[in-house]
Ligand binder design. Sequence first.
Ligand SMILES: NC(=O)c1ccc[n+]([C@@H]2O[C@H](COP(=O)([O-])OP(=O)(O)OC[C@H]3O[C@@H](n4cnc5c(N)ncnc54)[C@H](O)[C@@H]3O)[C@@H](O)[C@H]2O)c1
Length: 377
Amino acid sequence: MAEARALRVAVVGCGKIAAAHAGAYVRDGRARLAAAVDPAAEAAADFARRFGVPRTYPDHRAMLDAERPDVVSVCTWPPDHPAPVVDAAAAGARGILCEKPLAVTLPEADRMLAAAERAGAVFMVGHQRRLEARYRLARDLIASGALGEVVDVHGTCGGDLLTDGTHLFDLARFLLGDPPAAHVFAGIDVTLPERMAPTGFGTLHYNATHRRYGHRIEGGAAGHVQFAPPDGARAGPRFRFETGSMARPFGYQHFRVEGTQGRLAVSGDPADGERAWLRVQRRGGGPGGAWEDVPLPPCDPLAAEVGALIDSVLAGAPTPDAALLAAGSARADLELVLAALDSAVRRRLIGLPASLTDHPLERLDAGETRSQGGTAP
Ligand SMILES: NC(=O)c1ccc[n+]([C@@H]2O[C@H](COP(=O)([O-])OP(=O)(O)OC[C@H]3O[C@@H](n4cnc5c(N)ncnc54)[C@H](O)[C@@H]3O)[C@@H](O)[C@H]2O)c1
């Protein structure tokens, strides 16, 4: 039998996360990096040298015309996610991995989803934390009923809602089994840099401009997402979030989940030399309700993400891991993040689905606080 041809991959945007994608494709071995795109010639050349990429282009359209890749990784800043995704789908890419957040507005996200669906491409978003052992095991524990009925999830992370909160909202949905949300309520902090805590995960620097990754950001946010009740339950779980300057404890993607029969906690990203952990406290289990450490197997989430994309392209349909990272799920995350920002700007509860067409923080620059988007529940 003829040996299977390696899938030809193009990477658009040659920065930090692109290197993580490229390393994962190389390690996987079933794909070959065929082309890289970056308008910054030096970034493209460095990337090509480092990962042995034969050709570089300053523009993704020229690359797609010349290369017709099987798989495209989109690693640009969020305002530059839609064009390469839509064009890659139209150019026949069978697999597309776009970085988070999916886009900056919902109409852009919908255009991307429609293009991928029209083309029949597998379309995933870089919410690779769903494939990390600590969150997978936490989700399994919750789903097994070990905590009873979940009533409250508390999640914290440094950074802003669109950049880092998208992981936090995505993981909260993941831990709870991706239930639909009923409403979102939030407030935001736009304090000046000198009032920010020193460990504000980049918000210190970015608050000087109120922009990051090409879009408007806030310095901190706090609020909640009310999820719909599961079948037969009277109330759904509530996810309370604190991000950026509001986050206590500091850390990155730290969670505590309270159930009627127990609770669990998942560490944020560990500092150098420390290890991530997952702890559970079951009612009636363990002396004095002690916390038990759940052993965590080693895992490489980027390898799992890229592996799921390649498996899906080869199979012609998303695998279960690819389905967890489906772009449609990332659209749900974006809707929650934008609804939280809309709630803060308009100072009211936002019912879901949200009919938002813009990035709510851009309204602050325009001096508007009540103009558009969102529906009252
Ligand atoms: N999944 C994760 O855990 C994770 C981690 C880090 C970053 N990200 C996401 O990845 C994306 C990129 O972040 P980064 O930190 O790698 O950014 P970066 O600034 O390091 O890299 C972006 C690169 O894109 C290039 N670029 C700009 N415009 C372009 C265009 N039109 N076409 C092609 N290239 C273009 C820039 O020159 C730069 O080299 C962001 O959406 C970010 O949120 C995800």
